[in-house]
Write a protein that binds this ligand. Structure first.
Ligand code: UGY
Ligand code: MN
Length: 260
């Protein structure tokens, strides 16, 4: 046996695994169950794959683990819109030649075909959530310009029973990619069970709670990831003594006729 290798001392390890995959309903992917991959055009970067079309999703989401001096190997441009959110550490981001430092809580949204690259100039690991989807253009509505900001500067508004920050301003119909940050006081729960066509990619930032998904109760905590399929009935209540919050992807502002 390799020195330092983890020895499973408890035969119940699988019964304690919280990861669940219910195709067509939801998937819970705690941090401890995620595996890492390399991606083309990056160096010093490991990627955890969170959501892909294999599960039926119309978006792709990764967590990027960026070592000091790691980042893009060369400028990158894609036919997709993109959203980056810094969970931990920092990155120096360059968009179309313009430089921006992004620290914890920093985020950016890029329209399709923008050329970007980034590097971690810090001396510790940076963790970044990366969401991509195909932008659905609408006649008469122009594609928005890129956004760079920090969630600390985005106003929180009361929605239902909790506070919500729109990181992409999807009150504007030009956005079809909605990212919001939802913050819950301990004990707060939704006022109704949501069921909607929009998919979710949910990244738990801090705190803990119980998610009710299509009839099942699931405990969730910091660093958990949940994919919710269209129409998955969903309900959250926050537990513990402190606030909890998650970063939430949803598709917005389009009429689902694109694939007819
Ligand atoms: O806006 C939403 O769809 C959001 N409230 N859903 C959720 O948090 N599961
Ligand atoms: Mn929802």
């Amino acid at each position: 046996m390799q020195k330092g290798m983890m020895v499973v001392s408890d035969a119940d390890i699988t019964s304690r695994c919280r990861s669940r995959n219910k195709p067509g309903e939801y998937m819970l992917l705690p941090r401890g169950n995620r595996v890492e991959h390399k991606l083309p055009h990056f160096q010093g970067v490991d990627a955890q794959v969170l959501t892909t079309p294999q599960i039926g999703a119309l978006f792709v989401e990764h967590e990027l683990l960026i070592q000091p001096n790691g980042g893009s190997a060369k400028p990158k441009s894609e036919d997709l819109e993109q959203f980056f959110f810094v969970l931990e550490g920092e990155i120096d981001f360059e968009l179309e030649g313009k430089k921006q430092k992004m620290v914890e809580g920093g985020f950016c949204w890029l329209p399709p075909k923008n050329t970007f690259q980034f590097i971690n100039k810090g001396d510790s690991l940076s963790r970044v959530v990366w969401v991509r989807r195909r932008y659905e253009e609408v006649e008469g509505i122009s594609i928005p310009d890129p956004i760079f900001a920090n969630e600390k500067d985005v106003p929180a508004k009361p929605v239902d029973t909790y506070m919500e920050q729109h990181l992409t301003p999807y009150e504007d119909l030009a956005f079809d990619l909605g990212i919001n940050l939802q913050v819950f006081d301990p004990g707060v729960y939704f006022s109704f069970v949501e069921s909607h066509v929009m998919e979710h990619g949910l990244y738990m930032l801090y705190g803990r709670g119980v998610y009710w998904l299509n009839g099942e109760y699931i405990e969730v905590q910091k660093d958990d990831y949940i994919y919710m399929a269209p129409w998955c009935p969903q309900f959250f209540y926050a537990t513990g003594w402190d606030k909890s919050a998650y970063l939430l992807y949803k598709d917005v502002n389009r009429d689902y006729t694109q694939s007819l």
